[in-house]
Design a protein around this ligand. Structure first.
Ligand code: HEC
Ligand code: HEC
Length: 275
């Protein structure tokens, strides 16, 4: 008992002196060590769903956002990690994998880690959401490939909730450098999102080439959404070729195409629909 509670007590002291003033916490030696240990735990137990660096993955939200849905204090983070979130994929400690769960000390280390990766001062976008919506469905052509609230194309992921699960920085990066995240998927534990939106190129028996993303795929057939949002169903053994690549079909929107101000307006729109 003593062996268990002693480090726990120390951890608690560290957390209460360090993590509460979170910035100080990540800078003090204790906070930094705890965060380092927490990072290790995170890779093993959490990155599968929350992505490496806690930036969000196909199965779990981005945890680098300062404002969270369920946990906005260290104590709440501890509780969420211990008890999970019933009715969601977020597992309670000890239920996800074999055998024993993490100790309290390890959970505090995870809390320290999550605090250390939080984006401290979230940029509150000064964007114009109404103009952003116009761009999204108009000149920006985002709706050609993305749905918001049931309207738009199916080639890319539905963006209705994206501002609720990813940071503004991450969304900006997706728009400016679309292929980066797909390429990252190769290294990350969380491959689901990335694989789903890999670019597929199909050449049919008569030589027609179609590029798109897959909607459904099994060993024998594949359903492809092409760049005009048309749906195709192919039997794989009838195709001349079927290849996948991690070059996103989303065009990189450089500032010459979409100014920073316009992108800010689009993000303001995405934030308004995610709430
Ligand atoms: C099987 C997938 C999965 C695993 C593994 C997982 N999580 Fe989660 N987690 C989720 C999902 C899904 C949610 C969001 C639940 C919701 O709000 O609908 C979530 C939510 C959270 C939240 C609350 C986020 C918020 O915005 O309030 C925290 C904190 C969290 N997870 C931390 C962790 C930590 C730490 C680990 C590793 C010990 C972990 N999770 C492992 C899927 C997972
Ligand atoms: C030609 C189709 C196409 C167009 C046009 C397009 N996208 Fe995408 N987008 C994709 C695909 C495919 C992905 C998934 C692969 C990737 O991340 O690059 C994606 C990914 C994204 C993501 C990451 C989503 C996530 O869940 O992380 C964001 C954000 C995004 N797009 C925003 C936009 C915005 C904003 C516009 C308009 C300015 C736009 N896209 C225009 C095809 C498109």
């Amino acid at each position: 008992m003593l062996k268990r509670t002693l480090p726990f007590a120390i951890a608690l002291v560290l957390m209460s002196t360090a993590a509460h003033t979170r910035q100080a916490g990540s800078q003090s030696a204790g906070g930094a060590n705890a965060a380092k240990a927490g990072e290790f735990e995170f890779r093993i137990n959490c990155a599968f769903c929350h992505g490496l660096g806690a930036r969000g993955g196909g199965r779990g939200p981005d945890l680098t956002r300062a404002r969270k849905r369920h946990a906005n204090s260290d104590a709440e983070l501890f509780r969420v990690i211990s008890n999970g979130i019933p009715g969601t994929a977020m597992p309670a400690n000890g239920t996800n994998g074999q055998g024993v769960g993490m100790t309290d000390e390890e959970i505090w280390q995870l809390v320290a880690y999550i605090c250390s990766v939080e984006v401290k001062a979230p940029v509150v976008p000064a964007g114009n959401a109404a103009h952003g919506k116009e761009l999204f469905f108009g000149d920006g052509n985002c709706a050609g490939c993305h749905m918001v609230q049931g309207k738009g194309g199916r080639l890319g992921p539905d963006l209705t909730g994206v501002a609720g699960t990813r940071t503004i920085e991450a969304i900006t990066d997706s728009v400016r450098n679309p292929s980066r995240r797909l390429a990252q998927g190769l290294m990350e534990a969380t491959k689901e999102f990335a694989q789903e939106y890999e670019t597929v190129t199909v050449v049919t028996s008569d030589g027609t080439e179609i590029k798109g993303t897959t909607l459904n795929e099994d060993d024998f057939s594949v359903q492809v959404v092409d760049q005009s949002d048309r749906l195709h169903l192919f039997e794989k053994d009838k195709l001349r070729s079927f290849t996948k690549s991690r070059n996103s079909l989303m065009p990189p929107y450089k500032t010459s195409l979409l100014s920073d101000q316009d992108l800010q307006d689009i993000i303001a729109y995405l934030i308004s629909v995610a709430q």
